[in-house]
Design a protein around this ligand. Structure first.
Ligand code: ADP
Ligand code: NA
Length: 350
């Protein structure tokens, strides 16, 4: 068996929001207790949609500050920015040659992000999932906590790992770097593990507060659509009070949330913040109106988020400290990546 290792990343683009927190960062924190973890600010991914960034260094520091403020320990685990480890790009090139165009053509995030004029999207945006596979497999990570929107990319990561393992099987055997695993019922001599996505929980996809059919996103034009990690109490309260709902109150059972995306979203957010199931939340609030539930949600959100906001601001006031954390994490990540790349080069024959 491969040694369990957790890897995940967040792009340094725009404000972090509640979706990033509940879908990703909060899980990063919880996984530290029983796992070796690597958390990355994926600055190379930030170039895929937009080449020029006004303030990349501070954006990178801000994500790092959020990691630390949420409770990630950069000494026990590794926190770094992707561009500090050039091997991400080297392995991504190899994976570009492993991945098939037909696989990439199925990626829905590319279709969403490229928009109508696909001819004008960058080649990097198209190849993004290949770089993401490299981010993960460069450390031979086994578990990846992400939001539901990343599920398809993780399936592609498994496809890339599988094709590499099968195509290079004889080379992997000859070099002695592989291990025997079972995939489904099939025994496979593998260099790269089959990663497990960690997407569970009551809010795997946090939706916009203005439209329950769209995911909460950094790029939504309406700031009312999302709760940012740096929002103060007044803002959180305003956004939740203005959140779209339907005229009915809260049902007492999950089935009563069907076809009510806004209600379902708010209940899921409450459940995730309270570390409860949606059924627990409905047991408490079923039969109540949103005029009762929303203030309770405001209190809970402020209770959970305000210590993180305060700590993020404190950390951001000392950029030198954040840079030291990233430099140290980068050096440790590079040392691990170098081991993998030496073996991958031997396997390929470079
Ligand atoms: P964004 O999607 O906001 O541009 P990233 O691509 O950097 O941010 O995503 C960082 C992490 O946050 C990923 O694991 C992603 O799945 C998660 N995430 C982003 N938006 C949401 C959401 N609305 N609900 C749940 N998780 C989300
Ligand atoms: Na995303």
């Amino acid at each position: 068996e491969f040694k369990p290792l957790v890897f995940s990343g967040v792009q340094p683009t725009g404000n972090l929001h509640l979706g990033n927190y509940l879908g990703a960062i909060r899980k990063f924190v919880a996984l530290q207790a029983n796992n070796d973890c690597i958390y990355c600010v994926v600055d190379m991914h930030a170039l895929t949609a937009q080449l020029v960034h006004e303030d990349m260094p501070n954006q990178t520091r801000s994500i790092t500050a959020a990691f630390l403020a949420a409770g990630i320990d950069p000494e026990k685990h590794i926190v770094f920015n992707q561009s500090a480890v050039p091997a991400h790009a080297e392995l991504a090139w190899i994976f570009n040659c492993v991945a098939r165009i037909g696989w990439m053509n199925r990626m829905t995030q590319f279709k969403d992000k490229a928009g109508k004029d696909r001819e004008q999207a960058s080649l990097g945006l198209y190849a993004y999932p290949s770089l993401m596979a490299a981010d993960i497999l460069l450390y031979r990570a086994t578990h990846v906590p992400v939001g539901d929107d990343q599920k398809q990319h993780l399936e592609l990561t498994r496809d890339i790992a599988m094709k590499f393992n099968l195509d290079y099987m004889e080379h992997i055997r000859r070099t002695g770097y592989g291990i025997d695993i079972t995939v489904g019922d099939e025994p496979v001599h593998a260099y790269f593990p089959m990663v497990e996505p960690l997407i569970d929980g009551p809010a795997p996809r946090v939706m916009s507060l203005r439209d329950g059919t769209k995911k909460m996103s950094k790029s939504d034009a309406s700031d009312l659509s999302r709760i940012n990690l740096l929002d103060d109490e007044e803002n959180i309260s305003k956004k939740i009070r203005k959140a779209k709902t339907d005229p009915d109150g809260l049902p007492s059972e999950i089935a009563g949330l069907a076809g009510r995306p806004e209600a379902d979203n708010l209940v899921g957010i409450y459940a995730a913040l309270a570390d409860k199931s949606k059924a627990d939340v409905l047991a408490e609030f079923g039969g109540q109106q949103f005029s009762v539930f929303k203030p309770a949600l405001v209190d809970l959100a402020v209770h959970v988020l305000s210590p993180i906001t305060t700590e993020m601001r404190r950390l951001m006031a000392d950029p030198g400290h954040i840079d030291t954390v990233l430099r140290d994490g980068g050096a440790r990540a590079r040392a691990r990546a170098d081991v993998t790349m030496k073996q991958v080069r031997d396997i390929i024959g470079f």
